[in-house]
Design a protein. Structure first.
Length: 179
C-alpha cells in the first residue's frame, strides 16, 4: 500500500501467511526457486493452469514477504500475468467482451477499487498455485536428488501441457467474438 492507503497494483510489500508462507519458504529454501518473487510469479501460472484458487491462510503464524522494491522490479511481469488471467478466466461467467474490458480497459484506469478486485482474483490463483507447486514437488520427493528429478518431470509435463494448448488461437477466438 502507498502512504495514503490508496491501493495500487503490485506496489508495496506482498505478505503471505500460514501454510502459503511455509510453502513459499520451502520452495525457495530447497533451491527450486531463487527468490520468493519467483515462486509467486510461477504460482500464478500454476494456479491458473491447474484451475486452482485458494483463500489466504492464517492458521499458523508463519510469514513470508516479497518486499516492495522486488515487487516494483517485477511489476511488468505481474501486470502481464494479471491481464492474461483476467482475459482467460471465465469463472465468473463474464462475456468475452467483459473479460477483454476487464483485462485491458479496466486495468489501465487506475481505479483503486477495480485494481484491488483484480488483484484479489490474481492472488487467489497465486495462493492456489503455491499449493499446487508444493504438492507436486513434495508428493514423490524426499531427498535433494528426488527433488531435482521431480522438478524435471514437473517442468517436462508442464511444457507438454502448454504446448498442447494454443493460447494464441484462444485469444484470437476471443477477439473475434468481441469484434
Amino acid at each position: 500500500m502507498s502512504n495514503n492507503d490508496e491501493f495500487r497494483l503490485f506496489e508495496g510489500d506482498n505478505n503471505f501467511t500460514g501454510k502459503h508462507a511455509t510453502y513459499i519458504k520451502f520452495l525457495k529454501d530447497e533451491g527450486l526457486y531463487e527468490r520468493y518473487v519467483d515462486v509467486v510469479l510461477n504460482a500464478s501460472v500454476f494456479g491458473f493452469m491447474y484451475g486452482r484458487k485458494a483463500k489466504k491462510d492464517s492458521e499458523s503464524s508463519d510469514r513470508a514477504r516479497v518486499y516492495s522494491d522486488v515487487m516494483s522490479k517485477e511489476k511488468s511481469n505481474f501486470i502481464f500475468l494479471l491481464k492474461l488471467i483476467l482475459l482467460l478466466d471465465g469463472d465468473d461467467k463474464l462475456s468475452v467482451e467483459k473479460r477483454v474490458d476487464r483485462a485491458f480497459r479496466d486495468t489501465e484506469k487506475g481505479d483503486p477499487e477495480l485494481d484491488k478486485k483484480h488483484f484479489n482474483i490474481f492472488m487467489e490463483y497465486v495462493l492456489g498455485g503455491i499449493e499446487v507447486m508444493y504438492e507436486l514437488f513434495t508428493s514423490k520427493a524426499q531427498s535433494k536428488e528426488e527433488y531435482i528429478f521431480t522438478t524435471y518431470e514437473i517442468m517436462k509435463n508442464f511444457r507438454e501441457e502448454i504446448e498442447g494448448i494454443n493460447y494464441e488461437e484462444e485469444i484470437k477466438a476471443l477477439m473475434n467474438e468481441v469484434i
